[in-house]
Design a binder for this molecule. Structure first.
Ligand code: SF4
Length: 317
């Protein structure tokens, strides 16, 4: 912390540059895998119906949905990445639902299967989960892969406020995230947290405070920043249709990021600045732009404003 970081041609510490540097300039792509897991916030053990903003399909590009076996998903995903993007190396990404929500022997079977397909070209395993579905045994399992692959564990923080977590039916408190972060503190895993900005009852000031909370945990290596998007098939989507509320325009969200990014610790790598569901599922905000266009718009605007990650970062004591 505190050491100047070379962000390359962007104004923030971004994942693409990190991957290029780490893997000798090779083109590395994430292959999304649906391991058929469910979620404790859907099956009744924590709640029913899921987080109010969630439609699991909206997290996964259409082409990656509903493919039968892990092997087939990976082979198809790799083929697409090679053909479309000249991908050379891959990170296997268990993304939809809660990918540590099963007994350890079952998790091992799933991860093992995924990592034995075209192993020589796999460089990483990435597992998305909830903080309340992590324990020492599962961490040990994930760490057992860390000698051969980079292993990243992604947990939903979503909001730092328990009132918000309650309101979105998250079924998990911020304290449970703190506990999970303490469990992985000295592990060999790369930790990523996922946040959502734009819950209508959270003020800008409240959202800017997320940065201090993220900065507090040295074990957080990656962040995924998302604006709130409302999707079909979610509870929030149904409510929004009846009674629309304010969501970010691209200009407002970029303006927010321009203030947020300087507050963020400079060593934290930003994997994502925004989320974009497929347009067939997206209700709002519809910015009418492709993913690459949104990225370019935000990057240009951040550059124009001279934004620099960490420029306003202060260590809290
Ligand atoms: S967002 Fe994650 S934790 Fe919430 S319901 Fe969807 S899959 Fe479950």
């Amino acid at each position: 912390m505190g050491t100047p970081v070379d962000f390359g041609h962007k104004t923030y510490n971004y994942y693409g540059a990190y991957l290029r540097k780490k893997y000798d300039g090779k083109r590395v792509f994430k292959i999304i895998v649906d391991g058929g897991f469910t979620c404790p916030n859907r099956d009744g053990s924590k709640g029913y119906g899921g987080c109010t903003y969630c439609n699991v399909d909206s997290f996964t590009p259409e082409l990656s949905r509903s493919t039968p076996s892990i092997k087939e998903q990976i082979e198809r995903g790799m083929e697409r990445a090679v053909k479309g993007y000249a991908a050379e190396k891959f990170i296997i990404y268990f993304q939809p639902n809660t990918n540590t929500y099963a007994p350890v022997h079952y998790l091992k079977m799933m991860y093992d299967e995924a990592l034995t397909i075209n192993t020589e070209n796999i460089v990483g395993l990435s597992v998305g989960t909830r903080p309340d579905c992590i324990d020492a045994e599962k961490i040990a399992l994930l760490e057992s892969y860390a000698g051969r692959f980079d292993v990243d564990l992604e947990m939903g923080m979503e909001s730092i406020y328990n009132e918000t977590l309650q309101q979105i039916n998250r079924g998990c408190t911020h304290e449970e995230l703190e506990t999970a972060l303490s469990l992985v503190k000295n592990s060999r895993l790369d930790i990523c947290v996922h946040t959502i900005f734009g819950f209508p009852w959270e003020t800008r000031e409240m959202m800017l405070k997320y940065a201090d909370e993220i900065n507090r945990f040295e074990q957080i290596k990656f962040v995924k920043l998302h604006h709130l998007h409302i999707v079909e098939g979610s509870i929030m989507g149904a409510k929004y249709k009846k009674q629309p509320f304010k969501v970010f325009s691209i200009e407002e969200y970029t303006d927010f990021l321009a203030e947020f990014i300087p507050l963020l610790r400079p060593d934290i790598i930003i994997q994502r600045l925004f989320g974009l569901a497929d347009y067939d599922l997206l209700i709002a905000p519809n910015w009418g732009m492709k993913k690459a266009e949104i990225q370019t718009y935000i990057d240009k605007e951040l550059e124009r404003r001279g934004v620099r990650q960490g420029a306003a970062y202060t260590t809290l004591v």
